[in-house]
Every structure is written in C-alpha cells, then in structure tokens.
Design a protein around this ligand. Structure first.
Ligand SMILES: [Zn+2]
Ligand SMILES: [Zn+2]
Length: 255
C-alpha cells in the first residue's frame, strides 16, 4: 500500500515539475540514477530491518516500562492517534535534525540528503542508509510509548511522503498561512541552500511549529540561487561512492 501511495505522489510531482518548473532542469538530472537506488534501499530498510527492530523494541518496552507508558494512545480514535504520532515524531525529528547539523559524525551521514545540487521532489529520497537506520531506531522508542495502530502508521507514511515531495519540489508553490503549521517548499528549499547559514534554519519534517517555537524558522522569499553542499568532489553519480564518502577521513585541524 505504501508503495502505491508513493507511486501516485511521484507521478503527480513529476508531471507538475515538467509543466511548471521553478528552475528548468532535465528529468534525468545529475544524481537521478543513484536516487533510484536510494529509493530501493530505503524501502527495503523500512520493510525488512525496522520491521524486525520494531517488534524487538516494542516487546522490550513492554518488559521494561510501566504498563501505563506503553501504547498510550492505542485506545484513542484514529485522528487522535495520527495527530499524536505526527506531533511527537516531528518533535524528535526536529531535535535530531539540529544534532545532525551540529555533530560532525552525524553531518557526514546527513550530508547525503543535502548533496543534491539540482533539488527536485526526487531529491527527497536521497538519504545515507545508516542515517535512515539510526532515525528508525530512535523513532522506535516514541512509537513503543504511543503504540499507534498499523492504519495510523500508514496515514503517517502518506503524510510524510506528501509533505516531503512538496517541500523538495522544483516548483514555485507557496502554502500561504499554512506555513506556520506545516513545512512547505518556501521553507525547506532554503534548508537545502548551499549557503551554510540557510542550512541551519528550517529543521522541521512535516510541521514547522518547532522551528517557529525554537527560533530557527526562516522565510527569506524566493528560492536559493544554489543548492547542495558546495563540495565539488561529492560523487553525484555513484550511489556506492556516496555511501562510502561519509567515511572519508576528517581533515586535521588547521589543515
Ligand atoms: Zn538538514
Ligand atoms: Zn530535505
């Protein structure tokens, strides 16, 4: 089901970017084929690895935590469960995302996501596999505590995919006053600017509220002149070299 939702969103986004791109660029832009592999690997991780981990951690949480702290929203309505999961996971995401930009070792993994210098909706799939594994392991704690149903997790996946697609799209789209609640392209495009000052703003995933709350929101208007990390050596066209690039030696201070 998640793959059907993803394909539907992908088809609409691809068509919109062909019809009205913010910046003309080819469909098969630099890094397109590695992004196809990133998509496959991330889907595989989501279904195989984290599915197994979810069972282990949920069962462990039941043993370790008081019963009142496991499955806190399990009995609530679908809407309440969905709102709770989006709010709590976005809160975790926001602080994790800030840490990814703060700690060198975590940035090495997260820089893969920032490496696309021709940002479009398909850039939203580009993640280092190790970053995704860590994300999903960390998310398992709040998920074990909240205990949402599988239907709610499917709803969350649909929201994640829709907002990520729109936020990265190569489109001159604005979401108006909704930008004070949700992440839109007018915020997230600036998070992908090659200028590091802009990269340290707009850390939200689905919700922008934590950026507004904690002083990291930025709405400069327009779109950045350049995207990416500004690293001319970044291996744009090779998935394996992108994965390996995260493990290059750190340069010595002063060198
Ligand atoms: Zn980032
Ligand atoms: Zn992004």
């Amino acid at each position: 089901m998640q793959i059907i939702i993803f394909c539907f969103i992908a088809a609409i986004a691809t068509l919109a970017e062909r019809l009205a791109p913010a910046r003309p660029q080819p469909l098969f832009r630099t890094g397109f084929f590695p992004d196809v592999i990133h998509t496959g690997v991330n889907i595989l991780l989501r279904f195989v690895l984290t599915g197994t981990l979810a069972v282990v951690i949920t069962e462990t949480a039941k043993q370790v935590l008081p019963p009142s702290m496991v499955g806190m929203v399990s009995e609530a309505s679908y809407v309440v469960q969905l709102v709770a999961v989006v709010l709590v996971l976005d809160f975790f995401f926001y602080w994790m995302h800030r840490a990814k930009h703060h700690y060198d070792w975590w940035w090495r993994l997260h820089e893969t996501h920032h490496s696309s210098d021709q940002l479009d909706w398909f850039s939203s799939v580009r993640f280092h596999p190790l970053e995704k594994i860590l994300d999903r392991v960390i998310y398992l704690l709040p998920l074990a505590v909240l205990g949402p149903s599988q239907d709610v997790l499917l709803g969350l996946a649909a929201i994640d995919a829709s907002i990520a697609t729109l936020a990265h799209a190569n489109l001159n789209v604005r979401i108006g006053p909704l930008i004070y609640v949700f992440v839109g392209p007018e915020m997230h495009a600036w998070h992908h600017a090659s200028d590091p000052e802009h990269q340290r703003t707009n850390f939200g995933n689905n919700l922008s509220i934590f950026d507004w709350l904690f002083g990291t929101a930025s709405l400069p208007g327009g779109r950045p002149a350049a995207f990416g990390t500004g690293d001319a050596d970044y291996p744009q066209s090779n998935w394996w070299r992108q994965v390996a690039y995260a493990f290059r030696p750190f340069s010595a201070p002063g060198s």
